[in-house]
Each structure stands twice: as C-alpha cells, then as structure tokens.
Design a binder for this molecule. Structure first.
Ligand SMILES: [Mn+2]
Length: 323
C-alpha cells in the first residue's frame, strides 16, 4: 500500500517542477520499458521536458520498440540535469548504475516500484509490493499525482502489465490487475495489437536457437529443477542477440512437475547471468538475493560469482538446498 503522505509529496513535486528524467533498470524488460515510456508520455502531456533513459549498454529488446515514445529512449550520456528523477521498476540505486552519481543533483527522486526488496531510496517512495507490475502502480497513482493517462500512455502501461504477469497467468495477477487492464482496453487499447508485437516478433534465428537450447535442457526430477544454458557460441552460431532470449525461460516452464526453472547465460564479459523462475511454493527471490541478485518471489536473477557454467550450477544448487 502506498501512503497518502507519499502521494501528496509526489503531487507537490510534480506540480512544482517542469523537467524530469525517467529511468528504468539495466537489462530492461517489458515492465521497465512500458512503465518508463508511459510515465514519460504522461509527464509530457503536463508540459514537462522529459528524457527517458536506461543505464548503458542501452539495449532495448526489439519487441518493445513499437511502443509510442520508443524513439525517445537515449543513453545516459549528455544528460546533465533535471528537477525530478523518476526511478521506475528499480529495487535499488545499484540497478541505476551510472545514475547513482546523478541522484544528489536532483530536487527529488521519485521511486516507483513493486519489488519486495526495494530499498526505499527515493525522496518519495511510491512502492507497492502487491502490484503485479510497476506499470500497474503508475496507472493507479497517475491521476493522484496530477498526471493524465492518454491512450498512448495506457498502451505502454498495458504492455508492462501483460509482460510482468505472463499475460495475466502468473501468481502476481490479481483482481486489481485485470480491472486496470479492462479499463485500459476500454480506453481503446487493443490486446491483440500488443500480443502481435510482443509475442509474435521472434526472428527465425531465435526460434532455431530456442530449439537447440530446449533440446539440451536438463530436468532433475528429484528436486524439480529444470535448467538450460545459452552460450556465446550458441548466439554466434545462430546469429541471435542475448536481448532476444528474455522469454526463453518461459519455454522451460511448460514442463509438468518442475518447481524451479533456471537459465544460465554467458555474458559478453564472460560472467554468467542466471535467471530463475519458480512455482509459488518456492521463494526463488531469496535464493537470488543470497547470491547477490534480487527479484520477486517467483521471478528473480543474479550474476554468478563463478566463472564456469558447471560451478555456477553447483552454486545455485547449494543455494536452493539441492545437490
Ligand atoms: Mn516489474
């Protein structure tokens, strides 16, 4: 629940200022992109000068580039000042990378997020752990902090909600989520338009890579862990960018009887990023936090401290208590 006092504070800052930077987290997902663009459009409608940015390297998954305002996305370079910094879908300032140094220069940091481990780093914290997506919070609080929601902004927010709820199927989907989605559809946003752009936009190269990765997935029946690996060599062989593999983990989750799904991805710098998903009875967020990452109860991730996939797998098994 967001406190009345926080909403009043946010409203006061929004009314007093006229320029803002809207910032999402590194490796942006649909909620980070949709929330940032939606909020940016709402601020522009109010006459704000707005910059939307993400920490370097700025790699927005292709499937989100259809969103209104996507052409506004820019790298942090050249952004030197603003009155309000809106941090969107970021649990802590570390996820803002370079922008940490920027924070003291702003009049206010408005922290809008739904991660359970949010550190409340804002001047104002509009944080609601119950919300399925940050986009859901922006939709709900927008009018209360003096911002109007246009159809274009609603389309961005809808995309954030659809992607963070796995198309309204994950356990974070609540009555409020569907109510908001239905209001957005009432405003004229077409769910199938979002579906086509977000979920029917894979390249043939990716579809083939998916086939390879799935054919080599390992399922350990005892523990219910299913895992797969995406190496640099795979990406090179198939001609795929890592950003395109964001939803690959969902393909593992269709397996009957699994409890935890994990994907090990070899990053450009050689480190290994691990994405985790779980059934509701396993708190995978706390596993990720133990290993230096973060996330939600059923969707989380971290960058492994190990340098090989084998060691990273052992590290993960140790943390979830499986051998
Ligand atoms: Mn989110």
């Amino acid at each position: 629940m967001i406190k009345e006092k926080e909403l009043k504070e946010a409203l006061r800052f929004v009314e007093q200022c006229s320029s803002a930077v809207v910032l999402g987290h590194e490796n942006p997902d649909g909620d980070a992109v949709g929330s940032s663009l939606g909020l940016a459009l709402m601020l522009e409608d109010k006459g704000y000068r707005v910059t939307v940015s993400f920490p370097e390297p700025l790699r927005i998954p292709h499937r989100y580039l259809f969103l209104p305002g996507a052409e506004k996305l820019q790298t942090p370079e050249g952004i030197s000042d603003c009155e309000i910094l809106f941090a969107v879908d970021c649990a802590n300032p570390d996820r803002l990378d370079l922008f940490r140094d920027f924070i003291p220069k702003c009049r206010a940091v408005i922290n809008i997020d739904h991660h359970p481990d949010n550190t409340m780093f804002g001047t104002v914290n509009l944080v609601d752990h119950e919300a399925a997506a940050t986009a859901e919070i922006i939709y709900a609080v927008g009018p209360q902090i003096g911002l109007r929601i246009s159809k274009d902004a609603a389309l961005c927010l809808y995309t954030g909600i659809v992607t963070d709820t796995g198309r309204f199927q994950f356990s974070n989907t609540r009555e409020e989520t569907l109510r908001i989605a239905s209001e957005i559809v009432h405003m004229g946003v077409d769910p199938s338009y979002v579906y086509e752009n977000v979920y029917q936009s894979d390249s043939l190269e990716y579809v083939r890579l998916l086939g390879k990765v799935l054919s080599e997935a390992v399922f350990e029946k005892e523990s219910g862990l299913i895992y797969a690996v995406v190496t640099r060599a795979d990406l090179d062989e198939f001609g795929v960018n890592m950003e395109e593999t964001e939803d690959l983990i969902d393909a593992l989750r269709t397996l009957k009887g699994h409890r935890i799904a994990a994907i090990f991805k070899e990053l450009k710098d050689g480190r290994i990023r691990v994405s985790l998903r779980s059934r509701n009875d396993v708190d995978i967020g706390s596993v990720a936090r133990k290993l230096g990452g973060g996330g939600h109860r059923v969707a989380a991730g971290y960058v492994s401290s190990k340098s090989t996939i084998e060691d990273a797998l052992l590290e993960l098994k140790g943390a979830i208590g499986v051998d």
